[in-house]
Every structure is written in C-alpha cells, then in structure tokens.
Write a protein that binds this ligand. Structure first.
Ligand code: SF4
Length: 273
C-alpha cells in the first residue's frame, strides 16, 4: 500500500538542493548531523554580496545610467552590510577567525566595478523598468508550504514581472556564460511549483540573480524541470524515511563534513557481518 502524504517525512527545497549536491548528504542531515560549512573569507564574501544585492533595486532606482554614482552607492551599501552581518549571524561569527570579515569585505569590494558595469548593461539592454521589476521584491524570503507536494521552501524574493508574481533566487557563486546552472533551474522549478500550489496560477518563469556579477537571468520553466523536481522529491522522501543511498564517487567528498561517517554500503555491511 502506498503511504499517505501525512506519513511521509516533510521535505524542503533545501533537501532537494542537497540531493543534487550528493544524495547521501540528505541522509546525514536528516539524521541530525550538522552540515557545518567552514566560515572563511570566501564564505563571508558570498554572504556580503548576498546582502549587498538586496540593495540593487534601490541603487538602480537612484542611479539610472551614472556609473560613478552607482559604484559609490554600492560601496556605501557594502559598508553597511559589513557592519550588519555579525549582528545578523551571531552564531556563525562566534566561530569566525578575526580578519576573515575584512578579507571577505575586500574581496566583495573588488567586485563592485564589474557589478556596476553589468547592472548598467542590464538597464541598457532590457530598460530601467524591466530591470527594476526583476530586481524589486514584492516579498522577501516568504516561507511557502504545499501539503499536496509535501514540500516547503523559501524563494529569496518574489518579484512582479509582466503582471505575474514569480520566484527569484540570489546566487552568490559563479555565473555561467549563458543561461543558468542546472541546479538553479531545478531550484526555480521547485519554487514555482510551490507558488503555484499556493496561488493556483501557473508560473511560467523565474529569475536567478548572480549577485557577484550584477547579472540577472530569466529562466523559462520546462515540463522536464517540473518532472525532475517531482522525481527528486520522491527520492528525498525515501532517504528521509531511512534509505541510505549508494555512495558514489563525488568531487565534494574531500571537503565534505560527513566524510568520516560516510563509508561505502559494502563497508557498512561488513561492519555488521
Ligand atoms: S563524503 Fe562524499 S558521498 Fe559521503 S556525503 Fe559527503 S559528498 Fe556525499
């Protein structure tokens, strides 16, 4: 007999992203192991760029096509982000070495000219109104739950574009030459499915903001993306219910927090028999 929805462990969009990273990580996190990404200058740089990006819409509104003013506004906003970050994440900062924040700030600051240039390029290419619509949040980090999908998640923003409220995610990492990374496509599709179940309206697209570059990309959601999300949801449910996925050779293994617990299934069996 198929289990009913209420018997399935609740899953979140972050589980799906963890699964794309490595299915076994879902297993460890669901069993209470803490995923502790190292707090180093590079992580702080990404955190600062994420905070900085929340000001992009205000800055675009103020600066229009003036590059110098835009750089100055971005620098001022980064200074505030640097002051605010330790207050927003006190737990993380307890275990952060002194000097990492300054280094993260310097790295983020070095990106400002490129961010300003790309924001201005976006305004020229798509127009001020379209850029503002794509950047300006109608809601920031709302938590959405769908009983039907047994899934919860939180888009970085919901923006109103061409009359539709659509999800937008903030990605502080690298930016592909064209389009978006495959994991970002799945992320947007999962959030669109959640929003659709809340509003009953089809969400045909979403946005990914590659904030370290000031680049925003529109993603059209395909049926194949929706299918992939639903497939991953079912696999994640099984893992959270107790299934240990097969260990695969992962590029993330050397730096993985769980590597000491993570042995191959055959080694695990040999411990018991
Ligand atoms: S050690 Fe490798 S296989 Fe195991 S959870 Fe980490 S990334 Fe996945």
């Amino acid at each position: 007999m198929m289990p009913t929805d209420s018997q399935n462990p609740e899953i979140s969009v972050s589980d799906l992203l963890l699964y794309i990273n490595c299915p076994r990580r879902v297993y460890f996190v669901s069993r209470g192991y803490e995923l502790l990404p190292e707090i180093n200058a590079s992580r702080l740089e990404r955190m600062l760029l994420k905070e900085l990006s929340l000001n992009y819409s205000e800055i675009v509104k103020k600066c229009s096509l003036n590059a110098d003013t835009m750089c100055k506004e971005l620098e001022a906003a980064l200074t505030y982000a640097c002051k605010d970050l330790p207050l927003m994440f006190p737990k993380e900062f307890e275990r952060t070495e002194k000097g990492f924040l300054e280094e993260g700030d310097a790295r983020a600051r070095a990106k400002i000219p490129e961010i300003a240039a790309n924001l201005l390029k976006g305004i020229e290419e798509f127009g001020n109104d379209a850029m503002l619509a794509a950047l300006t949040p109608v809601k920031t980090e709302p938590i959405i739950f769908s009983k039907r999908l047994n899934l919860k998640g939180s888009p970085s923003k919901i923006v109103c574009f061409e009359g539709a409220n659509v999800p937008s995610i903030i990605r502080p990492g690298s930016c592909p030459i064209q389009g978006v990374w495959a994991s970002d496509r799945i992320h947007i599709a999962a959030l669109a499915l959640l929003l659709e179940s809340e509003t009953g309206k089809e969400i045909p697209f979403g946005f990914v903001e590659y904030v370290s570059f000031g680049i925003i990309r529109k993603v059209v959601i395909r049926s194949s993306d929706r299918r992939e999300v639903l497939k991953i949801c079912r696999r994640v449910e099984k893992i959270k219910a107790g299934l240990m996925p097969e260990k695969t050779e992962e590029k993330f293994c050397p730096e993985c927090t769980f590597s000491e617990h993570c042995v191959s299934n055959s080694s695990l069996m040999s411990k018991f028999f």
